[in-house]
Design a protein. Structure first.
Length: 174
């Protein structure tokens, strides 16, 4: 759709559209660190047919410390672990961090508003571990792509060879 042409990742792949059963599973994942057998199978099918290049590392989009304490876990890390196991690639939850707490409900924001909320919100804490590596960046939902683009910008600025994004769902903006 070329909506992400200006972003800092190569491409994005999602299991499906953020609606119906998939949306319900994702909402549930935000409160319970569990992925159903059905969704696990769909993740595997999507990964298998996506013709990904070889990856060195799977990295989840990090939560702000406040949100991590509030929720108790990072849903993107739960997904990243599943993806890493399926691809037989290590995952790393420590190299990328969120340095800025951002608003929790951003569905009603326009694209520029979303970009501004995540601008300079991520940093790489262990650049030697990501330097020259191909990264699969994982999150639950891709809406405008601003969050994953900000993460990819931090990763590539610190030497990642390339970043491709994998999400459970893609929200369709109207």
């Amino acid at each position: 759709c070329h909506g992400c042409d200006e972003h800092f990742y190569e491409r994005a792949v999602a299991v499906g559209v953020y609606e119906k059963a998939l949306a319900s599973e994702i909402v549930h994942l935000k409160t319970t660190p569990f992925i159903s057998k059905y969704l696990s199978q769909e993740v595997a099918r999507t990964l298998d047919r996506s013709l990904f290049p070889e990856f060195d590392l799977v990295i989840p989009v990090p939560l702000a410390k406040e949100r991590l304490i509030e929720r108790g876990f990072n849903q993107a890390a739960v997904i990243a672990k599943l993806v890493a196991v399926h691809l037989n690639v290590p995952h790393d939850e420590l190299s990328l961090s969120r340095t800025k707490h951002t608003p929790i409900h951003r569905m009603s924001m326009d694209r520029r508003g979303r970009e501004l909320t995540v601008e300079k919100a991520f940093s790489v804490d262990r650049p030697k571990l990501i330097f020259g590596r191909s990264i699969l960046l994982v999150d639950d939902v891709l809406t405008s792509g601003s969050t994953v683009s900000a993460c990819a910008k931090a990763l590539t600025k610190n030497g990642a060879a390339n970043v491709i994004v994998f999400t459970l769902a893609r929200a369709v903006l109207r």
